[in-house]
Design a protein around this ligand. Structure first.
Ligand SMILES: [Zn+2]
Length: 415
């Protein structure tokens, strides 16, 4: 892929030139002349555009785009056990591949270049990520209620052999939840993640039912239970984290874990509301995620930012979770949680970016671009999406998108 030189683009409050080479932002300066860059550099006119970091979706289940709209408006446990798990049991590897491609298409078009994925048939999602040019942390998922002992062993084997599988992909150990994984397997997952230097990611304290059952079974809240097993540390990322006691928050702070806020899914499944105020006061890092497209029902991180900010303000006051803070969650915190050297437009960072069209009606007037991006914009404001120094979307189009749509329509027709 040729180097890129973006001329005269707005970055924060300055007009700059940006040179991207070998996947990184190599130089950002007031002016970079064509003499300074290789002959094969592609020059992009940045006039009337702003460059900002793209999104890092910290919790999703990509191939669940296949189940979008399949079962709505019911409780989490009924939704999972009566609808989602039975249909998922019928999914083929090819289905997961096309479902993942649809998810990635939707993410690129709405400005997301990275996602953390917990699902089955991970090889198919890995294939889709490699082909479509985005980044991902791909989960090796454990759920004892849905897996044979052999497939659990196969998972550990896969982790040992594939820990460094591609420059845009890293693996993570992903036990599904405290109610689907037992003590022994939890300890083994934690030990494996620590030994291989991988992130461990799980769902935690999503519903009151989960917390009550955990207390009944173990005498501890889900946070205290995982802490007692030695699971929690700075490489752990916990999705949802809604129903927490003050003691739980103390533990999460001491162990330096990152949480993922999933406001749309939490509202839609009526799971509850993350205590943003208490968690921010405790200084616990929070990233943002869409969750799967069957509980959201899209993968639009910009929409997720707006929901997060508005939900926080309902009873937290208008100052809670400003536009800048929620943008930081969706960009810097998401990339940091998964150890991706990105999330900022800075020399030395991986070259991931969105170019926004400053002539879009939703970005005018431009008193505060981040505020417009969080509260007013939509995906139509995006002019280009860049990941790893490569343009993944321009002129509103992504490579092979028609084929993806047709394949998923065929899947829907047979199920
Ligand atoms: Zn989830």
């Amino acid at each position: 892929m040729p180097p890129l030189l973006i001329k005269s683009v707005w970055k924060d409050h300055d007009l700059v030139d940006i040179f991207i080479n070998e996947h990184y932002f190599q130089k950002i300066a007031k002016s970079i002349s064509l003499d300074e860059v290789p002959k094969n550099t592609r020059v992009i006119d940045g006039a009337e555009k702003a460059i900002i970091p793209p999104f890092y979706n910290a919790h999703t289940h990509a191939a669940m785009t296949l189940l979008r709209g399949y079962a709505d408006d019911m409780s989490l446990f009924k939704w999972l056990s009566e609808y989602i798990w039975p249909l998922e049991a019928k999914l083929t590897r090819e289905d997961v591949y096309w479902g993942s491609r649809l998810a990635i298409l939707e993410m690129i078009k709405s400005g997301t270049v990275f996602f953390s994925d917990m699902y089955w048939n991970r090889e198919e999602t890995i294939r889709a990520v490699i082909e479509m040019g985005v980044r991902a942390t791909i989960g090796v998922t454990f759920a004892e209620n849905l897996m044979s002992p052999k497939s659990i062993e196969d998972n550990f084997d896969f982790l040992e052999k594939n820990a460094a599988c591609h420059e845009r992909i890293q693996l993570a150990v992903m036990p599904h939840a405290v109610y689907t994984v037992g003590d022994v397997l939890w300890r083994r997952c934690a030990e494996t993640a620590q030994r291989l230097g991988l992130v461990l990611h799980t769902h935690l304290a999503e519903t009151t039912e989960e917390v009550e059952n955990c207390i009944q079974k173990t005498g501890k809240t889900p946070v205290q239970y995982l802490d007692s097993l030695g699971v929690l540390n700075q490489n752990v990322v916990l999705a949802h984290a809604i129903h927490l006691t003050p003691e739980d928050i103390d533990i999460l702070q001491k162990r330096d874990v990152t949480l993922v806020h999933n406001p749309s899914s939490n509202m839609k499944l009526s799971s509850g509301k993350m205590n943003i105020s208490a968690l921010m006061k405790a200084g616990i890092p929070i990233a943002l995620g869409t969750d799967g497209a069957s509980s959201n029902n899209n993968l639009d991180m910009r929409e997720e930012m707006k929901f997060a900010a508005l939900l926080a303000k309902v009873d937290g006051g208008p100052e809670l979770l400003s536009a800048d803070e929620v943008f930081h969650m969706a960009t810097v915190q998401g990339s940091r949680a998964y150890q991706v050297n990105a999330g900022l437009i800075e020399e030395g960072k991986l070259a991931d970016a969105i170019l926004l069209d400053l002539n879009n009606e939703r970005l005018i007037p431009n008193h505060h671009l981040v505020s417009n991006w969080v509260y007013a914009a939509d995906a139509r404001c995006i002019d280009k999406v860049i990941c790893h120094g490569q343009i993944l979307m321009e002129n509103k189009s992504v490579e092979n998108e028609i084929e993806i749509l047709e394949r998923v329509k065929k899947f829907a027709a047979k199920n």
